[in-house]
Design a protein around this ligand. Structure first.
Ligand SMILES: *[C@@H]1O[C@H](CO)[C@@H](O)[C@H](O)[C@H]1NC(C)=O
Ligand SMILES: *[C@@H]1O[C@H](CO)[C@@H](O)[C@H](O)[C@H]1NC(C)=O
Ligand SMILES: *[C@@H]1O[C@H](CO)[C@@H](O)[C@H](O)[C@H]1NC(C)=O
Ligand SMILES: *[C@@H]1O[C@H](CO)[C@@H](O)[C@H](O)[C@H]1NC(C)=O
Ligand SMILES: *[C@@H]1O[C@H](CO)[C@@H](O)[C@H](O)[C@H]1NC(C)=O
Ligand SMILES: *[C@@H]1O[C@H](CO)[C@@H](O)[C@H](O)[C@H]1NC(C)=O
Ligand SMILES: *[C@@H]1O[C@H](CO)[C@@H](O)[C@H](O)[C@H]1NC(C)=O
Ligand SMILES: *[C@@H]1O[C@H](CO)[C@@H](O)[C@H](O)[C@H]1NC(C)=O
Length: 512
């Protein structure tokens, strides 16, 4: 089982017993093999007797397979697995929830590949595109929906355009896509001339806090503004390249792997790990060999020691509140209870000093502070004061030498421990009792106020709607020709479906 240990498996499938079962079922399935193409009319449901992976479609090399992967014992993921290592390379992203491993769940193909649940309806499909004639799995791990016209085959949908947490060798990663770590807390995206990692620190579901950035070095070619977005690709020569004009062109950036240009054989992948790092691996035929990591230093990871933790080089973890230490036997343990999402404002948006208590510590610094904005204050007291008075501020880090004051507008994550007495940390800890009292104080009076507010908003929305509909009707009478023209040039894509009356009236209101 050493294979699985080399690459950090997602938490959902790290048990070696599960891997053993998977090997057993793979042995049988390799006899039955799975088909190489799905044609219209195809249907599959999970087999209750399979404990790990049910292959559905295989690639010509036999290295990859699309199938149902059992997760959390009773759920499934529609995944493309790298069979020699049992590593998922791609997974469909169903909404609203994971399908269950039961005969309620069905994968069907009728021109569109559809994953559905007999009670909850369609959970995932390739429906944003034209229907195709067949589904195939390429030897690159790319799952494709193709339309055939005689000998010509056109790809109408491909999994390479919708990556999960992994980028496979040869896969184009565009600035429209994002790699999202299992757990959903961290993501990698491209900017105009850089690639970056982002975290969802405030639990609102949007990974929007940057914690690592690599700007294109432009050693061989420059990024030309206005010449279109950049894209990334893992190259078989052993590097992660950034390109502007097309993957055949000269890269604007090369992040080389350990085996760069040594012409090792194998299969490279790059993955956003559950801890927020970005790592590259090569499958050498027996193991996933670590080739690259964006963040080599453990303390520079976004949250290595948990909320209110303190990281020192090593890395070793302790707690900001030095009276407590995280329990090393329990990797998920926290120094202090992780603050729930949100801020320290009370319900009507004002600060409430009773909501929190304060923790101060000397010798702390902010990780990735070069990516964080700051204000300059003449003293520590003023830095703390501007955080204290601001209920969206969770803490501040002050450098007494430079006067830089960093205010944190997200719940406190791991801080850095430094041997520097001119660096001060000020942290708010939500006082759960106080916030409950605060909720009670809200009581009936405030609730009546809220209801009144909601009702007013509803009335306002209704009035705006009436005005819009009237404006629209007037418009339709007078400007039918213009409407036709505008519809003719309207952009393709998912928003086309929003062609309701109200949507058009907004669009035309803007154009006037
Ligand atoms: C599987 O992939 C490896 C590269 O990782 C390749 O050398 C091998 O030929 C592939 N296996 C088959 C059966 O094609
Ligand atoms: C599996 O269960 C864990 C904890 O119960 C949950 O956090 C995770 O989202 C689940 N995974 C899936 C794929 O539903
Ligand atoms: C295929 O099935 C889905 C779900 O049942 C349905 O929404 C879609 O219209 C069907 N497509 C075709 C081309 O029949
Ligand atoms: C993958 O398929 C292409 C043709 O589609 C072929 O040229 C290439 O050698 C194959 N690679 C492997 C590893 O089988
Ligand atoms: C992309 O093409 C444009 C012209 O088409 C050229 O000016 C630019 O230098 C090219 N950029 C790269 C990175 O090759
Ligand atoms: C990647 O993008 C280039 C142009 O940018 C295109 O020629 C190539 O076919 C794409 N590769 C895949 C696998 O989509
Ligand atoms: C900050 O630095 C100033 C001198 O630069 C010093 O007088 C002051 O005591 C320092 N404050 C703290 C809290 O160490
Ligand atoms: C409160 O702090 C946030 C950032 O933490 C800042 O954007 C906002 O302007 C501050 N508000 C006031 C009133 O200073």
């Amino acid at each position: 089982m050493g294979k699985l240990a080399v690459i950090n498996s997602p938490p959902t499938r790290s048990h070696s017993s599960a891997a053993q079962l998977l090997l057993v079922s793979l042995f049988f399935s390799s006899l039955a093999a799975g088909q190489t193409e799905l044609r219209p009319g195809f249907q599959a449901t999970p087999d209750g007797s399979i404990s790990s992976f049910q292959p559905i479609l295989k690639d010509p090399s036999g290295n990859f397979s699309l199938g149902f992967l059992r997760v959390n014992s009773s759920q499934l993921a529609l995944s493309v697995l790298h069979l020699p290592s049992l590593q998922p390379i791609w997974a469909a992203n169903p909404t609203p929830a994971s399908p269950s491993w039961s005969d309620r769940t069905r994968l069907s193909f009728n021109g569109t590949l559809v994953l559905s649940d007999s009670r909850r309806g369609i959970l995932w499909s390739t429906s944003q595109t034209d229907p195709g004639d067949a589904v195939v799995l390429l030897n690159t791990s790319n799952l494709q929906l193709v339309k055939r016209n005689g000998a010509v085959s056109v790809t109408v949908w491909q999994s390479f355009d919708f990556p999960a947490d992994t980028l496979a060798e040869g896969q184009n990663f565009s600035s429209a896509a994002s790699l999202v770590a299992s757990g959903g807390r961290y993501a990698m995206r491209l900017g105009d001339d850089f690639m970056a990692l982002y975290a969802d620190f405030d639990g609102d579901g949007a990974a929007d806090r940057i914690y690592w950035k690599h700007k294109a070095l432009e050693a061989r070619a420059d990024v030309v503004p206005g010449q279109g977005p950049i894209h990334a690709r893992v190259e078989p020569e052993g590097f992660l390249g950034l390109y502007q004009n097309g993957t055949g062109s000269t890269p604007v950036d090369v992040q080389s792997f350990n085996s760069f240009r040594r012409r090792v054989s194998g299969f490279y992948i790059v993955r956003v790990e559950p801890d927020g790092n970005l790592k590259g691996y090569n499958w050498d035929g027996a193991n996933w060999v670590l080739e690259y990591q964006a963040i080599p230093d453990g303390c520079s990871l976004p949250d290595p020691c948990g909320s209110y933790g303190l990281c020192r080089p090593g890395p070793t973890c302790s707690c900001l509140d030095s009276g407590t230490e995280p329990d090393s036997n329990q990797p998920t343990s926290q120094c202090l209870p992780a603050p729930t999402a949100g801020n320290l404002c009370n319900r009507i948006g004002l600060e409430n000093v009773d909501n929190f208590r304060v923790l101060r510590r000397i010798g702390v610094d902010l990780p990735f502070k070069e990516l964080t904005s700051y204000i300059t204050t003449p003293s520590l007291g003023e830095c703390e004061g501007s955080c204290e008075r601001n209920c969206t501020c969770w803490g501040a880090v002050y450098n007494n030498a430079s006067g830089f004051c960093y205010m944190l507008d997200y719940p406190i994550q791991t801080m850095l421990g430094v041997n520097d007495d001119s660096k001060f940390g000020y942290f708010k800890i939500r006082n759960e009792v106080a916030s409950k009292v605060d909720e009670k104080k809200m009581g009936s009076g405030a609730r009546v106020g809220l209801v009144f507010l909601c009702l007013s908003v509803l009335v306002l929305v209704g009035a705006v709607g009436v005005v819009c509909v009237r404006a629209w009707k007037k418009h339709r009478r007078g400007r039918n020709r213009i409407l036709e023209e505008q519809e003719g040039v309207s952009a393709p894509g998912p928003y086309k479906d929003l062609g309701s009356d109200s949507f058009r009236s907004i669009e035309m209101g803007e154009r006037r």
